[in-house]
Design a protein around this ligand. Sequence first.
Ligand SMILES: [Ca+2]
Ligand SMILES: [Zn+2]
Length: 272
Amino acid sequence: MRFRTLMGVAMLAAASPGAAAPVTTSIKLDNLGYRPLDPKVVIFTANPGATVQVRTPSNTVVFTVPTSGGTIVAKGQDGPASNDTVWWVDFTPFAVPGTYHLFSPSLNQQSYEFVVRGDAYRDVARAALKTFYYQRCSTPKPSAYAGPWSDAMACHLADRTTGPAIDNPNRGIKDLTGGWHDAGDYNKYVWSATSNAILFLLRAYEDQPAFRGDDLGVPESGNGVPDVPRQLSPARCEYRLRRAEIGEQPSQALRTQARGEAQPEPCSEIFG
Ligand SMILES: [Ca+2]
Ligand SMILES: [Zn+2]
């Protein structure tokens, strides 16, 4: 009897528009969210049934696929990599900013919450940019900027007296302080890490006004100058050139210098 009562309560809860359904990882969506006019395709690895709803956190249905628009398409086997059987649920026409989850009445399961918002990617972009601060080598990182990852000591100051790399010409002792750690292993690479980072950061700065802010929370923030170029400070540029001088994957500019064809561009011409 007690069991039947509990079952009754459970069924009532499932039918109630105000009740939260279990969150399932069978609904794979962009947890960062979607900008209003972006394509919005969610991958189901369980059959979503005939309709999928977009709901607010209080479970108000604001859009139903495909009744209100969008499509549900069975895509079959996704191949040996996952062995999943997948369905694509496209709710692109829904473009009202807010916080939502998807709900499948057939599965009686819902997705994680996500946002539809013009700046849906703002936080992740800022976190990615801030990474370049945490990775700075040979400089203290006070808690005012680094929070729980602060480090009062400048790291790797022994790099001031770096000798030639193995199997490279001996060009003497070089000061290779500065630059960015590649990762938690503290290696510092020129070609794969620093050069690519400089290229991508400058491209973001050039193409996207959102990357021209002065409020990233780094020592150069709030000085009236966008933070992204300052992330690429002359110190980091000079580090790249110095490192190339001792033979590790020289940049194209330094290769041409080595052939006597041209001088490398001074850092001051790149960064002002
Ligand atoms: Ca600044
Ligand atoms: Zn370091």
